[in-house]
Design a binder for this molecule. Sequence first.
Ligand code: DOR
Ligand code: ZN
Length: 365
Amino acid sequence: MDAFQSHSAEFCANSSRTALTITRPDDWHLHVRDGAILKAVLPYTARQFGRAIIMPNLKLPVTTTAQAGTYRHRILAARPVCGPGSAFEPLMTLYLTDNMSPDEVLRARESGFVYGVKLYLTGVTTHSKAGVTDLYHCTAALEAMQKNGLPLLMHGEVTDPSIDIFDREKVFIDRVLEPLRRDFPSLKVVFEHITTLSAAQYVRDADAAPGTLGATITAHHLLLNRNAILVGGIRPHYYCLPVLKREEHRLALVEAATSGHPRFFLGTDSAPHPKNLKEHACGCAGCYTAPYALELYAQAFDQAGALGRLEGFASFHGADFYELPRATDTVTLERVTWVSPEDIDADSTTIVSFKVGELLHWKLH
Ligand code: DOR
Ligand code: ZN
């Protein structure tokens, strides 16, 4: 059966479920920042997810294994001291630059705590100035990553100003991803936070060796289309990159996430910014979904009649891709209607939590 057309009666039956227990999920794409914001946001992720891939785009980017090691300690120190969340494990990444050496790749691989290298083309998003000007400069680092099994995690958009912002992901596939996969056929690649029908189809259909191609999908791209940003006024808390797309793309993402295809897995891309920098003449990109990320995914899967596929997407496919053990404990979600939580206070800096309307329909125990 086509993996995109596989909703069966099994999943429709789930619409009457009142509780759902699944293996503890992981978040394969997360921003936690540093300092007071890190302390304020981390416990929300830690209570839901066993592990998370931590993005390296701090103000001073995490470009070395040594920096990733000290950042990891700051994250561990922000975990709850005991009880839920105290065993949360941050999986660190390095920020790819034109100058990354093969030796740095080797150090990262041998560290035991770095799980990937993140590609931002320079200027593509928040704190990406130090990013790659041309992947050609990274050939030696990419060879070392391919040889040592260290995945490349890609922000999949081109930066060419002549390309419309809504087309930048699609063009990235032709100009960057395809040539890259041709030159490095066994490099493990994650197409992060995909937002288009083209990307979903590409990932599903690409001729790729097992375990070499994956894609993360956010909860906000499953729940909203671009009208959310613009109808009835400009709503900066729905502005992120890659930007929300048309409804047909949202539907393709829902289809991909709920298909059961192992190349698709959960990555929230929760990206906290201070309220004053979101509600600004030039507002920052990022949706802060972490406080109830799993509930948002449950809502999206429930709407699609596919709750039975949530566990694979949230708890198995990413762990399998990264060749890590699946979690052995569980979490339980209950079907209740409740009001979205308050915004977060991080040492007098407010962070506005993402809201889809004011009501949520699943709640983590
Ligand atoms: O919306 C986004 N926010 N997209 C990104 O790629 C980066 C992120 C951030 O760091 O704020
Ligand atoms: Zn991100």
